[in-house]
Design a protein around this ligand. Structure first.
Ligand code: AR6
Length: 268
């Protein structure tokens, strides 16, 4: 038969219609995140604040480490262990910068999604699919377009980092980094370094880190804090930004950071 039956034509055109629909839907969702991302980034702060799902904390309300240390006298009694000092000796401080740098870092106890900073770091998984822990909290507060943008990136290997918009979050951007699941210290170090590289490339002035890998991925909290503080200290000695915030969500991390910040960021 030379001509296809009308049933066949109908079937083929139905198929191409549904393919076309699928393509349009995909395109529409692609366009939606990218249009919204640009629109939100261009909003005046008061307008952007109407998008937030809950209360927010501005940078000026987050004490610098230097202020925090002065206000919480008891912290001085928290002494590093011999193991801490051995780990600390892996880097050399430019001690002339101590005072200045103690004003460029902070401990923040609480929920990272509340921070109105340039970027918050997400402890993501390599598929960049919303999971539990801080990742879940970030996706819930940002709204579904964050997942759409993550889908457009496709994934992120362990130790690397990717940047997206932050949508309904108070932050401007989210930097997604994938911490190690096998306790690899070099991979965790790369997470901090690659996130900081994105900070520089995007000219971000204030960023907040959660304790990457120390939750579901099970990295030891104390060593993770050493790696975070070593990376931040070395980076701040030669790069200009206003603030790196260490977001400590669990009491164990508050205690570790209050102890270790005293050696990595002495206030005098
Ligand atoms: N704000 C700040 N820190 C938080 C918050 C929050 N709202 N919620 C949890 N934390 P985790 P990981 C702390 O498990 O170990 C996800 O399923 C938490 O107490 O979030 O790198 C991803 O999709 C802990 O101190 O991240 C991955 O599959 C820290 O954030 C996997 O978990 C990190 O804990 C990543 O595991």
């Amino acid at each position: 038969m030379l001509f296809p039956s009308s049933a066949k034509i109908a079937k083929v055109s139905l198929l191409s219609c549904s393919n076309l629909n699928l393509r349009f839907t995909r395109m529409a969702s692609n366009q939606k995140w990218s249009v919204e991302k640009s629109r939100i980034l261009g909003l005046p702060t008061e307008e952007k604040r109407k998008l937030y799902k809950s209360d927010f904390i501005t940078l000026d309300k987050v004490e610098t480490w230097s202020q925090y240390f002065d206000l919480n006298k008891g912290i001085a009694d928290k002494k590093p262990t011999d193991d801490d000092l051995n780990e600390f000796r892996k880097i050399t401080l430019d001690s002339g910068k101590n005072k200045e740098l103690s004003q460029k870092v902070s401990i923040f106890k609480g929920d990272i999604t509340k921070l109105e900073v340039d970027a918050i770091i997400n402890a993501a998984n390599s598929r960049l699919k919303a999971g539990g822990g801080v990742d879940g909290a970030i996706h819930r507060a940002a709204g579904p377009l964050l997942q759409d943008e993550c889908n457009s990136i496709g994934g992120c290997p362990t130790g690397e980092a990717r940047i997206t918009g932050a949508y309904n979050l108070p932050a401007k951007y989210v930097i997604h980094t994938v911490g190690p699941q096998n306790g690899s210290a070099p991979n965790l170090k790369s997470c901090y370094e690659n996130s900081l590289t994105l900070q520089k490339e995007n000219k971000l002035k204030s960023i907040a880190f959660p304790c990457i890998s120390t939750g579901i991925y099970g990295f030891p909290n104390r060593l993770a804090a050493h790696i975070a503080l070593q990376s931040a200290r070395k980076y701040l000695e030669s790069n200009d930004l206003d603030r790196i915030i260490f977001c400590t969500f669990m009491p164990v991390d508050v205690d570790i950071y209050e102890t270790l910040m005293q050696i990595y960021f002495p206030t005098n």
